[in-house]
Design a protein around this ligand. Structure first.
Ligand code: GLN
Length: 242
């Protein structure tokens, strides 16, 4: 299963989280510690989106093979970013467009998990979308469909945490074995859910990081219980049942 991370705080170079931390995203690509839900490595793709912007960079393949990203990450400072490495669910395409973060407007989005009995289970949910949305999805993957559903619902002005929780319930109703850890940021708040995968939060005086796994051994990392939603900014972290 994929690994994802979002950060809000003082401007910092992307390369700490992506490459330099003891358990950086690069390390989580080949030596993840908490892949409870299946999969062993995350080598099918990677991506990072950052503010101001958001600007997004994503590619299929292994993150460590991309010398360009390493250079970009060293020189790009950001106060808000979301990054992910991907382990493609069996049968799903390995292409740039299947990699998180997905983006629209000010939002960056990532999904860690899978929709069970794909695609039949969610056919009715997909039918709620305009055909043009389906024809312009970034990739024919469960995550891309979930993002399309999320972004349409965000447009209605609904609270982002409610959007994620409601969609989780609708998907689980038709595809009960689904694994649905979502992570999203608009540059001022991070919203995440836990539905069968790990998620951790780290807060200090100035910053907050939400990640599938701790990036280092700091005891300040707190695990978010399963079936919960987290809404975080540098000053406040709220965790409640989903
Ligand atoms: N199912 C999604 C995909 O194939 C996410 C995969 C994952 O979390 N490992 O892209």
């Amino acid at each position: 299963m994929c690994r994802h991370v979002a950060y809000l705080g003082p401007a910092e170079p992307l390369d700490d989280v992506l490459f330099d931390a003891p358990d950086s995203l690069e390390r989580q690509a080949f030596a993840p510690q908490q892949m409870h839900g299946g999969g062993t490595i995350n080598v099918d793709g990677y991506g990072v989106g950052w503010f101001p912007g958001p600007v997004r960079y994503r590619r299929a393949g292994a993150i460590w093979a991309d010398a360009n990203l390493r250079q970009l990450a060293r020189t790009t400072l950001s106060t808000a970013f979301l990054a992910a490495v991907r382990s493609a669910t069996t049968g799903m395409p390995v292409v740039d467009g299947a990699c998180a973060p997905f983006t629209d407007g000010t939002w960056l989005f990532s999904h860690n998990g899978r929709v069970s009995e794909w695609p039949e289970s969610v056919a009715e949910l997909a039918k709620t979308l305009p055909v043009t949305d389906l024809l312009t999805m970034d990739a024919l993957t469960d995550s891309a469909l979930l993002w399309t559903l999320v972004r349409r619902r965000l447009e209605t002005g609904k609270n982002p945490a409610d959007v994620l929780v409601e969609l989780t319930k609708e998907v689980v109703a038709v595809a009960p074995a689904s694994r649905l850890n979502f992570l999203m940021t608009d540059g001022s708040v991070i919203v995440g859910t836990t539905w069968t995968h790990s998620l951790w939060v780290h807060q200090d005086e100035e910053s907050v990081t939400v990640a599938s796994e701790p990036l280092d051994g700091d005891p300040a990392w707190r695990e978010i219980p399963d079936h919960h939603v987290v809404i975080a900014d540098p000053s406040t972290v709220e965790v409640r049942p989903a």
